[in-house]
Design a protein around this ligand. Structure first.
Ligand code: BYC
Length: 329
């Protein structure tokens, strides 16, 4: 349905458990990684490296596409024509990022159709943050400013990683995200320096988005299942806690300088440079990433509707020789 002609059959759990990589090839591969070389699609790679990359890039692609939804609902309601035009362009960019990332994941052998099916069936995850509602225009400014900033911290680090197609996609995405961040910051400042009602609205949005943003970088390093392997193979270039810390370092001051506060009395930077914060309720994080957040059902319903109602476009593209049934003009 999506083209590409890739052949991929999901390995069974038994196949995975039985798989052993050739030790000589594995050693050569790891030496390449240690030398900082890029791995390309035609190169030999360990089974687990391929599997982890598919998981991570696919989740990232889904996050971009699902991430277009909360902001997308505000296009018609954005305040003024200028903000509407900017938001249309931004939402379009996010979907384009999904396109780039699906293409990068396809180089590893999983078809786009299989990825979309796994999203729609709930098998694949996507970023926690897009399962929260964008209730007011201030939420859109928080997404554009702080979620995009958080994404940039993650993506700039990982664009220096080992898998060529993912790194190149991330580099391109980061250029666009930098514009998104600037527009989000600009819209955030406009509210934070506006009337009392506008300031209250932006404070309320920060109060609601603080926890999901802390969750965005994933569980603590101690609880992270995949970090060790991914960092060894330079897919992840910084740990979850380090990325979260870098984000807090860069962006907490930018919020506080506008007189907006965070709903956590324990948020502070220690002398060792590490940020401390209250327990952000990791049970809530687990519920949200496993399908039981405030907006999971709604987001999936919208995605399923789009998939179904646009099926005819994909069918038409897959069959260019179909004679036209209507005159062209
Ligand atoms: N949300 O072992 P861990 C954007 C899962 S969109 C959901 O630490 P890992 C934008 C994790 O998958 C860009 N699930 O995982 C778009 C794993 O579950 P599975 C969003 C999460 O992979 C529109 C389990 O928890 N960015 O910028 O080593 C508008 C254990 O975690 C999350 C990306 O997608 C989460 N937040 O590290 C505006 C970046 N965190 O798979 C903006 C790509 C963890 O075993 N992803 N989980 O079932 C990554 O870099 C990494 O996956 C993470 C987690 C750092 C997020």
């Amino acid at each position: 349905m999506y083209g590409g002609g890739y052949i991929f059959s999901e390995p069974t759990k038994a196949d995975q458990a039985a798989h052993v990589d050739d030790p000589t090839k594995l050693a050569e591969f790891e030496a390449r990684i240690d030398r900082g070389e890029k791995i390309e699609p035609h190169d030999w790679m360990p089974f687990e490296y391929r599997k982890q990359l598919i998981r991570l890039i696919e989740q990232h692609a889904h996050s971009e596409v699902m991430g277009a939804l909360p902001e997308g609902t505000w296009i018609t309601r954005a305040p003024g024509f200028r903000r509407k035009m900017i938001l249309i362009a931004k939402v379009q960019d996010e979907v384009g990022h999904g396109q780039l990332l699906y293409a990068a994941a396809e180089t590893l052998g999983k078809s786009r159709e299989a990825m979309i099916n796994d999203l729609l069936s709930g098998k694949s995850k996507y970023s926690n943050v897009f399962n929260y509602p964008a209730k007011t225009w201030a939420d859109v400014t928080v997404i554009g400013f702080l979620i995009d900033a958080a994404a940039i911290v993650n993506q700039v680090a990982n664009s220096k990683g080992s898998y060529g197609p993912y790194c190149r996609a991330l580099e391109r995405i980061c250029y666009e995200e930098s514009f998104h961040l600037k527009q989000g910051h600009d819209a955030f400042i406009a509210l934070a320096t506006g009337t009392k009602a506008q300031r209250d609205m932006v404070q309320d949005a920060i109060n609601r988005w603080y926890k999901p943003i802390i969750h965005f970088f994933g569980p603590s390093d101690k609880a992270s299942q995949h970090s060790e392997k991914l960092m060894k193979w330079k897919v992840k270039m910084a740990s979850n806690d380090d990325m979260r810390n870098q984000f807090l370092d860069q962006y907490v001051p930018k919020v506080l300088e506008l007189g907006i506060t965070f709903p956590d009395p324990n948020l502070k930077k220690n002398a060792d440079g590490k940020w401390e914060f209250s327990d952000p309720d990791w049970d809530e994080f687990k519920r949200v990433i496993n399908g039981d957040g405030p907006c999971n059902a709604e987001r999936m319903a919208v995605r399923k509707y789009a998939e179904e109602s646009n099926r005819w476009v994909r069918c038409a593209l897959m069959n260019p020789m179909q004679p036209a049934t209507l005159p062209y003009a």
